[in-house]
Every structure is written in C-alpha cells, then in structure tokens.
Design a protein around this ligand. Structure first.
Ligand code: SF4
Length: 422
C-alpha cells in the first residue's frame, strides 16, 4: 500500500468491506428472499422423485413446455415431479434448495448459458448425505443437454425435457402424441427452405456508409453497422469486431506487428459519444495509421432510437477532431449545400456518397489518423419522426417491383397497362 502524499490509506477498510459483504449483507439478502418468498416450490407432493429447477423467463418456458407435454399440476403430482422457481440467483438460499431436494432422486436444472444455478445447487445437495443425481448442462452420461451457447425456447426445452423425463417416468399420452407429431414434421421433405438474409433496413445509411475502397480492411463494433460482418461483398464487409468502447484500440497493439499499414474502424455516433472519442485520441498518441469512419445516423438505432447522451453536431465534432491533431477529415453527405456556410476546420473536405471509395483511398495513403464522418440519418428514426409530425411527410415514392415470370406473363397479356417500372 502506497504511503505517497495524497494517497488515501485506510487500514483494513477493504478487508472489512469484503467481510461485511459476504457474511452480513449476503445473509441479509437471503433472509429477505426467504421472508418475501422470492424462491418458491411451485408444485410438490409427498411422493416426488424428480425435481425441476429454473429461474425467470426460463421457468415460464419450462411451465409451457411441461403443459405441452401434458403435465398440468395434477399430472406433475401424479408423476412425482416437483418444481422450484428461483427468484434470487445469487447469493442462492441453501435452505430452499435443501427443502426442495428432500426425498428426490433426480434434479433437472434448466438454465441458459453457464451452469450458474447448477453449481450452486450441486454444492448444497452435496452436503445432504443422500444421493441426488443432478443433470443440467450435461446428462448422467456426460452428453450435452441444455446448451451453454445461444438461447432456448420452450420448444427446445420441451424436446429436451421429454428426453430426460421419458427415461424416469411413464410419460402422459400428450407427450407421446407430441413426439409423434414432431417426428412426422421432421420426415417432411417439402418444408419451404426460403430464408430472409440479414440486412440493413430499407433506406439505411449504412448501405453506403460501410463501403470500402478495394483491398481495405474494416473493423466493426456493436451497432447496426455490425450486420456488415455477414455481408458477402468484400467492399462492405467488416473483418473483426471490438467491444462497445473498444473501437480501434486493438489496432494500436497490432499495427507494429503486421505488414498492413492501415485499417478502417467503423464507429457509431452512440459509441463515439459514449467513449470511443478517446480511442481516436489514443490512436493519435500511438502514432498509428487508421481511418475512423463515424457513421453518424443521429440515434442509438439498434436499441430503439434513443438519443445519444452528450451528442455533438458534425461541425462540432470536426472542430474537436482538428484540435486533437487529426490529419485529414471528410464529411460525406447527400446534400453538400447544407455545409456551405458551416464553419469547418481547414483540413476538412465535404464530399458526396459516390466519393466514398476515393476519399478512403486518399486517406489510406496518409500517415496518421484520419476521420470520415458519414452523415446519414437512420431510416427507421426518420420514419418515426415523420409519423410523429416532426419531419415532413414524403410526397414522392419509388416502387421497386419484381414479378414472378408467370404473373409477369399474365400481366403482359392483360388489356390493362401496368404503369410501374419493372
Ligand atoms: S435501425 Fe436505422 S441504422 Fe439500424 S439498420 Fe435500420 S435504418 Fe439502419
């Protein structure tokens, strides 16, 4: 512990806080959970042999899955199945687990992601002195059961529970019927295989904003522009993704160890105002060559269009960037007239979307940090504002239509002329 002047040294303070947290506060939380019945044994009988545990939304899915399998409360009692709904995940109350596990031979833990509940339950059950088999992430033979990755819906839970329960209790007729129905569906060969691929909304500025010049490599970060990671077009694709707030930072570490001299880092304006602005300054200090492409759509679009806290206008950002020794700045806009009488730094150019590739190629040759600001409003947010009367309603529409050959042939024979452009 440092004794340097100005350093606040409180002997034992942290240790006391830790002790207070894990003994007194955790005990108080568990007592609160008990007093308010946050954890509840929802279904039970005296003959139960099997217990199912889940928390939160997963518990609701488990209930729905069991109903689908024909297990209402009466059938659960008849089959000897007990249900525990956990409301307090951590610190878990060992008392409710002991009460729940009493008399059971098997516990099935249903939870998404890691085995957070399963490990805590296992530790309590271990001390009971009676053998209780716990399955969750893996079954009793060590085969994966409820996955660590992704999410689970009630269909998946129903299938998996059916597999586990069928080995332990005689399943009701509804469960057999459902299994037969699913088998029939699986055997169908004519199931439509049409899939809608992931893409930006119609009119989204990122359609152009994420474009690259040939041979360039772009990285992304959380935000709608991350869809570019799945783009089949190399001139739009992002190759790697940082965490929110980490935009560009890995390049500072990587740049000295690779033959590549430059990358493009996409940054949403939400990310920029949250924290990524400091990454631009860090890149300047590190002396790396990078182009930060700020996709300025005016909203935190992929979480519902909230406004960015501490947002600045594009001219204000350009002024700040120039103060922070950014070598070149480009503002790309559909309407250059809006920037005609705007005060921009001397190293800033204003270009149109069609110039994106040329600007990026030019900036790639620059030694140091450059910034492209793509000025394009989120199309979803624009539609919202139009509906609320905050923006004028559009008066011109373009209809893009593609007909199947059979309908097109019929239309061609029709005496009514179609005026749309095909
Ligand atoms: S929500 Fe807005 S920014 Fe996101 S994909 Fe749609 S139009 Fe683009």
């Amino acid at each position: 512990m440092s004794n340097a002047p100005g350093y606040l040294y409180l002997p034992g303070f942290n240790i006391n806080t830790e002790q207070n947290l894990y003994y007194e506060r955790h005990d108080a939380v568990r007592a609160y959970a008990r007093a308010n019945a946050l954890d509840r044994i929802v279904v039970r009988s005296t003959r139960d042999r099997i217990g199912i545990v889940a928390a939160g939304k997963t518990f609701t899915d488990v209930r729905q899955a069991l109903r689908e399998l024909g297990y209402d409360d009466h059938a659960l009692n008849a089959a000897g199945i007990r249900l525990l709904k956990i409301g307090l995940l951590c610190p878990m109350d060992p008392e409710i687990v002991r009460e729940f596990a009493h008399g059971l031979s098997d516990i099935i833990v249903v939870e998404e992601k890691r085995d957070f509940l399963e490990r805590q339950i296992g530790r309590v059950v271990c001390d009971l002195g009676t053998p209780v088999r716990i399955v969750g992430k893996f079954d009793e033979r060590g085969k994966p059961l409820f996955p660590i990755q992704g999410a689970m819906d009630f269909d998946f839970i129903a299938d998996t529970l059916w597999g586990v329960l069928a080995q332990r209790v005689a399943p009701p007729e509804a469960a057999r019927h459902r299994a037969r129905r699913l088998e029939t569906i699986a055997k169908r060969t004519s199931v439509a295989s049409l899939r809608r691929s992931l893409n930006f909304c119609s009119g989204c500025p990122h359609n152009i904003g994420v474009r690259l010049a040939e041979g360039q490599v772009a990285w992304g970060s959380p935000g709608c522009h991350i869809f570019a990671a799945l783009s089949p077009e190399p001139t739009r694709r992002i190759e790697a993704v940082t965490q929110f707030g980490g935009e560009g930072l890995p390049w500072i570490g990587l740049a000295p160890f690779t033959s590549r001299k430059h990358i493009v880092q996409n940054v949403g304006d939400g990310g920029l105002f949250h924290s990524a602005y400091f990454n631009i300054r860090a890149a300047v200090s590190a002396g790396v060559s990078i182009t930060f492409k700020i996709l300025y759509n005016g909203a935190i679009a992929n979480t519902g269009g909230q406004a960015s806290v501490s947002a600045r206008t594009i001219p204000e950002i350009a002024q700040l960037l120039a103060t922070d020794r950014i070598v070149r700045i480009a503002v790309i806009t559909k309407d250059r007239r809006t920037y005609r009488s705007v005060d921009l730094p001397s190293n800033t150019i204003v270009r149109e979307p069609g110039d994106m590739e040329a600007v990026l190629k030019e900036f790639e040759a620059v030694n140091g940090v450059t910034v492209v600001i793509y000025d394009g409003q989120c199309a979803n947010e624009r539609r919202r504002q139009q509906k609320r009367g905050k923006l004028p309603t559009p008066t011109q529409f373009t209809i893009v239509q593609r007909m199947c050959a059979r309908i097109a042939a019929r239309a061609a024979r029709s005496p009514i002329a179609c005026r749309c452009k095909r």
